[in-house]
Design a protein around this ligand. Sequence first.
Ligand code: PGA
Length: 247
Amino acid sequence: MNKLIVANWKMNPSSESEAIQLAKASDEKGVVVCPPFPFLGAVKNALRKADLGAQDVFWQNPIPGGAFTGEVSISMLKKIGASYVILGHSERRNYLGETDEIINQKVKSALAFGLKVILCVGESLSTRREGLSQAESFVKNQITKDLKGIPSSVISSKSLVIAYEPIWAIGTGKADKPEDSASMAAYIKDFLKPKTSNLKPNVLYGGSVTSLNAARIFEHQEIDGALVGGASLKTEEFKKIIKIASK
Ligand code: PGA
């Protein structure tokens, strides 16, 4: 599969046995399954072809551990078999107060200690209403802050994936127009491209992706895949999305 499909289960499902079933149904090469922390081990055991990702990580990585109540370290995630972590999701930015500074620390540590990062960015509805170029400036500013201090060789490597997720499209059933997200993806790749090479980071689209709109999203070359929330919890629906992405 040329595209990368990330299943962001958020705070679902409600039991380990459901998580295992869901993992088995999602187990394809090119898929990254991101369950909640308590199911990481069981899901890893159920996967043969897909990669495992976490939905968050702490920015300090003391080994063997440290006095950080409630936090999970990069080393712990790697030991359990995770190779990716989602950072900067708008649900964490908006409801849990994650700032660009916090996200920047997490991105830096995760990349330094060997986890691949799926960095989520995206504008609000009011910004988007001001126009696509306002949205681009907002996203550029977010990415610049979140990637501060990270060498361009790391940014253009396959260790970093940007997920463009306009906030107003997440969980609303109102996906962005594919041509608009494709132009945003091209814009992101262009400003992140190092001056000395042609390598560009992969950019995914996220926000109400379903089997009905996936083909129109994936036909744009600039879009390297999708971050799928709600539809990744429905086995038949998610299988259809994977199939479309494999064409
Ligand atoms: P959604 O969620 O596919 O349910 O819109 C996307 C996301 O938040 O990752």
